[in-house]
Design a protein around this ligand. Structure first.
Ligand SMILES: Cc1cc2nc3c(=O)[nH]c(=O)nc-3n(C[C@H](O)[C@H](O)[C@H](O)COP(=O)(O)O)c2cc1C
Length: 426
């Protein structure tokens, strides 16, 4: 049995992967899906369980009060629709799962349920839904609202949304399609749903039969206390971002205890943590890389501020870089507040301080470090977070993964055809 699962989180978005970062090939046509198809095939060769296509539905305008920075630097924009990118990736692969991000806050449940069921059919059961509640006012304004719904209410809505789409997916019995000489579908095996909740109402059923997995694999990344509760109630894979081992452990404890409080088996809730390992040729190069962190981060400071602004809805261009930020409140991503816990630390120190767990080293060293950390945390896997640009992909797939496999830590084959079966296999 392997020690843990691997997924890839396409954090930088689904278009201009890594624009203006080292080794970015400016010549490739980012308006075409080839980089994702090629990347997905490589992930499948390395037996990743799934690839997550992230999403947000707005061009941000928080940093500096306009869209300029984001547009000029291809930061969080442009993005193609992950629901449309998904079948290109599924078509290029046979076993890799694909997790498509769709927000419960703005999607009509019936449409989401139908798209997912269709994709699950066409992929023979390899679909997952990455459930996000959306953070920004900019996104809300694209859907006709003046501002975002209140943070915890978004999760209340999402709980109800999940209940409804599960009922829609379950409204066809597995053997409803009989396809004999008299009958195509047995009417006694397809029922209406007649869902009436506080936020959603739908008659149902879908006009798509039950898909191979019945319900696509449910993935959720909420980091705040309310987000963790949502994950404990609904998610089968939880995406954690934690800065060190202690935080990872706490994340596992929180989500698993919420799962138990909802009567769920906590071993069926898989906790996977986002990491972005840097692979070097030697230990000396790793040391040099680590020493260079403050300089690198200083160079990317505006990017970090723009990203924090988008996620929190607070314009960090207005703050004095050399003073502490003070107490802030956000209706956006709550997890971001953790950065400002220490009132003595300046904004510049926050955005230029190296990661608390820098994962930098030779493939062998990084593999050993990841294995040791996961054993201590008791989690279920890692999400490699980054660009699918060929140079980085090659370091992970050709160097790190073989080192993990050699130690028996990760898959050397897919044990099943469908995504949930693979994810729940250990
Ligand atoms: C690995 C990972 C992937 C995520 N993917 C997305 C995404 O695609 N779209 C999105 O809006 N938020 C994404 N998030 C952010 C979460 O949805 C975030 O936790 C959410 O905005 C609410 O945050 P909160 O519960 O901490 O307030 C991701 C977070 C993590 C850790």
């Amino acid at each position: 049995m392997c020690a843990f699962h691997l997924g890839w989180f396409l954090g930088p978005g689904i278009t201009v992967q890594g624009w203006n970062t080292p080794n970015f090939a400016k010549s490739y046509d980012w308006t075409k899906p080839d980089i994702f198809r090629d990347g997905a095939r490589r992930l499948e060769q390395a037996f990743f369980d799934f690839l997550i296509l992230e999403d947000t539905s707005a061009i941000p305008y928080t940093y500096g009060g306009n869209m300029d920075f984001y547009l000029r630097h291809a930061a969080m924009t442009p993005k193609f629709d992950p629901v449309i990118v998904t079948p290109y990736i599924l078509e290029a692969t046979k076993k890799l799962g694909v997790a498509t991000t769709m927000t419960s806050t703005f999607y009509p449940p019936w449409i989401l349920a139908r798209s997912m069921a269709t994709l699950d059919h066409y992929s023979n059961g390899r679909m997952a839904w990455n459930i996000v509640t959306a953070t920004s006012d900019a996104a809300a304004q694209n859907f006709g609202y003046d501002k975002q719904f209140e943070h915890d209410k978004r999760y209340d809505m999402a709980d109800e949304f999940v209940d409804l789409v599960k009922q829609l997916w379950g409204a066809w019995e597995p053997d409803a399609v009989v396809n004999n000489d008299e009958t195509f579908i047995d009417p006694s095996k397809v029922r209406t749903v007649n869902f009436e909740g506080e936020y959603y109402k739908s008659r149902g059923p879908l006009n798509v039969p039950r898909s191979p997995q019945g319900c696509p694999l449910l993935i959720a990344p909420g980091g705040s206390p309310r987000g963790r509760k949502f994950s404990g109630r609904n998610a089968e894979v939880v995406l954690g971002s934690a800065e060190n081992i202690e935080e990872m452990k706490q994340y596992c404890i929180d989500v698993r205890s919420y799962a138990v409080s909802f009567g769920r088996d906590p071993t069926k809730v898989k906790l996977m943590f986002a990491v972005a390992p840097v692979i070097t040729k030697s230990r000396q190069e790793a040391d040099e890389y680590k020493q260079n962190y403050p300089k690198m981060l200083e160079k990317r400071m505006q990017h970090a501020l723009a990203s924090m602004s988008f996620l929190s809805g607070i314009d960090f261009s207005k703050f004095d870089l050399d003073a502490p930020v003070g107490e802030i409140k956000t209706n956006g991503m709550q997890t971001i507040l953790g950065k400002f816990k220490d009132p003595a630390v300046t904004l510049r120190q926050i955005v230029t301080s190296p990661p608390r767990w820098p994962i930098v080293g030779t493939p062998e060293d990084v593999a050993a470090e990841l294995i040791e950390a996961m054993a201590e945390v008791g989690g279920d896997g890692y999400l490699i977070t980054g660009h699918l640009k060929p140079s980085y992909l090659s370091q992970i797939v050709d160097e790190l993964v073989p080192a993990l496999q050699k130690r028996g830590a990760t898959r050397t084959e897919y044990s099943h055809d469908m995504l949930r079966d693979n994810v729940m296999a250990f």
